[in-house]
Design a protein around this ligand. Structure first.
Ligand SMILES: [Zn+2]
Ligand SMILES: [Zn+2]
Length: 238
């Protein structure tokens, strides 16, 4: 049982009604990301909150309820189930290998090259080896860190650029695309050791429908291999 405490904020990314993140200038995306971090840093002061999630729904198929492009931030009194499963998985890996699973994934993806879409000094964007949805994308910081809102000014600039370029590519492949993205960061005020959790941004394009099989089993069917998806995205010209 938990009480009804929480916070929900809508962050307006820009004054432009018709501009998606990918249409903004890198500096504009940078100040938007700074705003997300500032709001998180403020909300963690409330010790009743255990988890803060930043997410974005773009397009009606992704469940966007307001027309003006926006991002949402929720502060919850518990760690939600999906985040908890990911954290427990990372914890089990760490107990076994004494290494962060995400740092290992980054090394593996860089070595394999096949699923990488973009790289810069601080981030990589790639189609994960085990994608649940076609064209699912992860953006991960190369530097190990559990918390999104701890990113430095230089990392913020690099994240703005890779987010813009990754979304631009995706939107050139799919016209009128709806998508969601979620920032997964370590729980706050919790017992989670940041040595085994590594924050990341997950982009989920709405290309297929979650139906009976997925609802019933929790297993996902992905008709497009991540290698093929990455190949398509990489080939898109700026
Ligand atoms: Zn790591
Ligand atoms: Zn995640």
């Amino acid at each position: 049982m938990s009480n009804g405490i929480g916070a929900h904020e809508v962050l307006i990314e820009s004054p432009y009604h018709n501009k998606d993140i990918s249409d903004l200038l890198p500096q504009e995306i940078e100040s938007y990301l700074k705003m997300c971090c500032m709001r998180t840093a403020d909300l963690i002061k409330d010790s009743r909150f255990k988890y803060i999630m930043v997410f974005r729904n773009y397009g009606s198929a992704a469940g966007a309820s307001l027309e003006h492009p926006h991002t949402q931030l929720v502060a919850l009194p518990m760690v939600p189930k999906n985040a908890l499963e990911e954290i427990h998985g990372a914890q089990a890996y760490y107990n076994y290998r004494e290494r962060c699973i995400y740092c290992d994934i980054i090394r593996q993806e860089i070595a394999d090259k096949e699923r990488i879409i973009l790289e810069n000094k601080y981030f990589i964007s790639f189609c994960p080896f085990v994608s649940r949805f076609p064209f699912e994308i992860m953006i991960m910081p190369r530097q190990h860190s559990g918390y999104f809102y701890h990113i430095s000014a230089e990392e913020t600039a690099a994240l703005a650029q890779i987010l813009k370029d990754t979304l631009s590519k995706l939107k050139k492949v799919f016209v009128n695309l709806s998508y969601n993205y979620i920032i997964h960061s370590a729980p706050i005020n919790g017992e989670v050791g940041v040595e085994y959790y590594h924050w990341h941004l997950e982009i989920m394009p709405k290309l297929t429908q979650v139906a009976g099989f997925e609802w019933g089993t929790g297993f996902y069917l992905d008709p497009t291999s991540p290698e093929l998806a990455a190949q398509y995205l990489k080939a898109v010209k700026d």
